[in-house]
Write a protein of this length. Structure first.
Length: 185
């Protein structure tokens, strides 16, 4: 309930112009990159990480560190590495909150301040959980969507023929791509 109160639809709508600019910038970098290039490295990983940093109120100059820690947390085959990554991410975010380095309008600072007053270490754990789950699932969804579009070009042609339907087509493609890849077809 706390997260729904703090991350209201109004707050998310306020971020839309920033997200739109970010997506355009990342896609421009992808288009300008030498071929072959990597959609995951240039778009799918930085996009959710930067958006989550913005929502949490943490400095995005730490992106390489966050990426390394998220990859460590996701390392299912190495429990020690995963636990160490989670502990380091939690400690880092906790320190940002405790030292006042997190942005005051970000989720972490707002959870630490009245009326919630969650201790910095608790806020760090919430932040680490959101960083991992939001990052990982979005990277996977973008990858599945791209794979689906590359192996099923009809949706691309439909969008080209009716550009106003583009947002709905992209959302449907991401859902369909995820289902078809996870089902093996």
């Amino acid at each position: 309930e706390i997260l729904l109160t703090i991350m209201s639809p109004t707050r998310l709508r306020e971020l839309r112009p920033w997200v739109d600019t970010l997506v355009s910038t990342l896609l421009d970098k992808l288009a300008a990159a030498p071929r072959p290039t990597d959609l995951i490295d240039l778009v799918a990983v930085p996009l959710p990480t930067m958006v989550i940093c913005k929502l949490l109120g943490v400095p995005e100059q730490n992106l390489p560190r966050y990426r390394k820690l998220v990859e460590a947390i996701a390392c299912a085959g190495d429990e020690q590495r995963s636990q160490t990554g989670l502990a380091e991410m939690t400690a880092h975010l906790s320190e940002l909150v405790a030292s006042g380095q997190a942005e005051t309008d970000g989720l972490l600072s707002r959870l630490h301040a009245p009326p919630y007053q969650i201790p910095a270490d608790g806020v760090g754990m919430i932040g680490a959980s959101l960083m991992f789950t939001g990052h990982h699932t979005t990277v996977v969804a973008i990858g599945y969507g791209a794979l689906h579009l590359l192996t099923n070009p009809d949706p691309i042609e439909a969008v080209r023929a009716d550009l106003p339907r583009q947002p709905d087509a992209v959302a449907a493609s991401l859902r369909t791509g995820h289902r078809s890849v996870t089902r093996g077809g």
